[in-house]
Design a binder for this molecule. Sequence first.
Ligand SMILES: [Zn+2]
Length: 217
Amino acid sequence: MRLWTGLLDLLFPPKCPFCGSVRDKPEICPACWKALPWTEEARSLRELEGGLRCAAPLWYKGIVRDGIRRFKFHGAAASAGPLGELVARAAAERFPGEFDTVTWVPVSAKRLRRRGYDQSRLLAESACRCWGAAPERLLRKVRDNPAQSGLSGAAERRENPRGAYEAAGDLSGKRVLLIDDVCSTGSTLNACGEALRAAGAAEVVCAAVAFPAPEEA
Ligand SMILES: [Zn+2]
């Protein structure tokens, strides 16, 4: 793994995920850190429609939107390091002692083949590295529903991911932190939360990099 990381550094030098400036290690540069649209204390935690709670440190706008889009759609997989650390911080602040395992919202096999990586899995791996742990694959996407970003109606977005995920095995008593990149309507997280609970999970809390900015929600 270390050799591989070294090779990647040579081919793709570490960059700030938001402005793309080259850094010594994958990190958010000080200028972006200052300019980032942080969700302030009271709004960094949201209760989703199905009752799940989700924490996110940033608003999805400006440099955050650009950075996440590069991360998801333009191969900037290395951004998972610093973005995952942000997710870890938000989860640790908002849900201390409330979860004992970490998983992610998986992409479909088809999308994984096309993109080459599962962005939320990378975020979960990076978040877990902060805690000296590793995420568990607890969910599987069993239906290739249309991307949420391509749907316009709120009702459509709410229904679209329902039943698209299945949990693996018996999760009796597990308290799960579920990680995704952006928490928009929360319907995808809800669908995953329902699958985890159906498999016996005792608790599900969620964390993402960003919430939709209030004026764009
Ligand atoms: Zn930057």
